[in-house]
Design a protein around this ligand. Structure first.
Ligand code: NAP
Length: 279
């Protein structure tokens, strides 16, 4: 008889069917020889509160949250950690020993881990960072970069009010740059990050010429479908090094897995290949 606990975690979203998270977590469960399962939990927005409260009752260790629950969950869990509060969204819920619900956000960690493992010579002191987009993902990128000590983040968004609001909220190092000045924002930048949805799937490419970007700048795209976005292809064509969005997806899952299953897993070539096959 096996006395090790069987641990269940999952993903709450609406819809959830296209998620790669089960592939990632179930790969780690098998690879590490653990007993457990990561399951899809389709939960409609109006049921989120009840569904979260059911986690301890069902003996579930916790869950990830995706569209449309990440912001709503902030008000529904018992504790929100400081990083999640600054990002303004919860992507991971961990059931505590007393049955209370702890909300975290692992996206900033995931992005920075991906960046630093795929471009190990990039440092926060390398120079200004130009960030395109000011939506939910941009908030995590800003928190991640600022916490690592980046001193200048040039934030460009099509709708100027959102970039201005984030610059006001986060203060230095974030500076809002008007969308029409986004090309000038690339001058002298050490890193360019696309956090917009442009270049994803059927969306048109991000409308950005790289002419003013230094040849040694790093270009990173959060979009991972396709893996090689038009922005990354354009960057590679002029000799810039690139980091795709898949690494962030894989690395953000690690601290959540550790919280539920008690082991910090690794991003390996086998995991990357497994998820790439499903894209
Ligand atoms: P979001 O909150 O809806 O924000 C979308 C952003 O894209 C906004 O800044 C929006 O600008 C901008 N945008 C949309 N259409 C545009 C256009 N035609 N031209 C210029 N900008 C445009 O979405 P999100 O949650 O931040 O996600 C953004 C992207 O990041 C998605 O592709 C998502 O898949 C990806 N992502 C990847 C990971 C990962 O793990 N790799 C994690 C999170 C997100 P406006 O404000 O002007 O509308």
């Amino acid at each position: 008889m096996n006395h090790r606990p069987f641990v269940v975690a999952g993903l709450m979203g609406w819809p959830v069917s296209h998620s790669r998270s089960p592939d990632i977590h179930n790969h780690w469960i098998a690879q590490l020889g653990l007993r457990g399962s990561y399951v899809l939990l389709p939960v409609a927005p109006e049921n989120l509160g009840q569904a979260l409260r059911a986690l301890p009752v069902l003996g579930i260790a916790g869950c990830n949250l995706t569209i449309p629950h990440k912001v709503a969950a902030m008000a529904l869990v018992d504790h929100v950690d400081p990083v999640a509060r600054r990002i303004g969204a919860v992507n991971t819920v961990v059931v505590q020993p007393d049955g209370s619900l702890a909300g975290r956000n692992t996206d900033a960690y995931g992005y920075m881990e991906s960046l630093m493992s795929e471009a190990p010579d990039w440092t926060p002191a390398a120079g200004p960072v130009a960030v395109m987009g000011a939506g939910g993902a941009a908030r995590a990128i800003i928190v991640g970069l600022a916490d690592k000590g980046v001193t200048e983040i040039r934030l460009c968004n099509r709708s100027p009010d959102k970039a201005l609001a984030l610059a006001r909220e986060f203060g230095a190092p974030v500076v809002a740059v008007p969308w029409e000045d986004r090309h000038a924002a690339l001058e002298g930048a050490a890193l360019l990050v696309n956090t917009t949805s442009q270049g994803m799937g059927e969306q048109p490419p991000l409308d950005l010429s790289l002419d003013l970007l230094p040849a040694d700048a790093l270009v990173s795209d959060l979009v991972y479908v396709p893996l090689r976005t038009p922005l990354l292809a354009a960057a590679q064509a002029r000799g810039n090094r690139t980091v795709g969005g898949l690494g962030m997806l894989l690395h953000q899952a690690r601290p959540a897995f550790e919280a539920w299953f008690g082991v910090m897993p690794h991003v390996t070539p086998a995991l990357r290949a497994l998820v790439e096959k499903s894209l």
